[in-house]
Design a protein around this ligand. Sequence first.
Ligand SMILES: Cc1ncc(COP(=O)(O)O)c(C=O)c1O
Length: 348
Amino acid sequence: MFFASDNWTGASAKVMQALAHVAASPPQAAYGQDEHTARATHLVREVFEAPDAQVFFLASGTAANAMALAHITPPWGGVFCHREAHINGSECGAAEFYGGLKLIGLPGIGAKLTHETLDEAVGRLRIGDAHSSQPGTLSITNLTECGLVYDAGEVAELSAVARRHGMAVHMDGARFANAVASLNQTPANLTWRAGVDVLSLGATKNGALIAEALVVFDPARASGLGYRRMRAGHLISKHRVIAAQFEAWLGDGHWLDLARHANAMAAKLAEGFAKAGVALAWTPAGNEVFPALTPEQDARLKAAGALYYPWPAAEPAHPLPAGTTVMRFVTSFQTSEEEVAGMLRAIA
Ligand SMILES: Cc1ncc(COP(=O)(O)O)c(C=O)c1O
């Protein structure tokens, strides 16, 4: 029963077929000059209703985030993010390494920022003082690192604050598919129509083998990004390997079918925990569930063969029972009904 992470998974059959097809096809031009890259780029533009968007395929979400932030933030700029954001705590300073910028972590329940917190924090910078970082970029993660979702209205409110302070807006969409599937709002409404300038669009956690993309909605902001990607060693020579995965993933709404399944499995898990009287740190919106387990419950679930990790909750939605530890359970397109049923039996 695998709930450790959604990047423990393999790839969907459709994505694997696309990869097998690419592997067996005659040679094609390298470094993104191939027909798969052209078609995948076209598909991204179609899905986001953004015909002018510039699309950069990459191999890792960390590279996508770091390059995006380095590109849209001056080295003296501050990047406002949640203090639990992946860019702040789990990327070993990659954004700072690529960009020279400074990450400024803010509080917020469930790794979610509010526009009030952002406004107050940016207001504390000393504008025009060479000793202080200057307003640079807002980076939000959707789904958040704690499995919560920003809807289009919340993204727009945060973006409005960022704009008022002259900042760009980046979204870490490692689980963007789960957010879209959860909200039933269009990709365009959740991103550029709500003020997002650059999206790190992750496919690896949701059915691709290794496939990430940077989507830059205003082409002017993308100027020079191709060079930056090359300098960073992320212009993959067999580019079609990543592009073909995106083609299969985005085509016919496959990405959302996969995400809907993952989200549905998480909802079932959450229901099972609630029925057994186990408190959840946050009400899950996507494919991550965070129950507060006693040592006895933890031992029982592990003995039943469940794999998951502790996830200390700095900012739970409500106080959690004493003596419990918050654990993270992540579902995926590969999570089976049987795995969830086995978990529910063990929880009960
Ligand atoms: C929210 C979030 N952003 C970015 C990443 C980075 O992805 P990668 O491991 O491909 O660098 C992850 C990976 O766990 C993540 O959870």
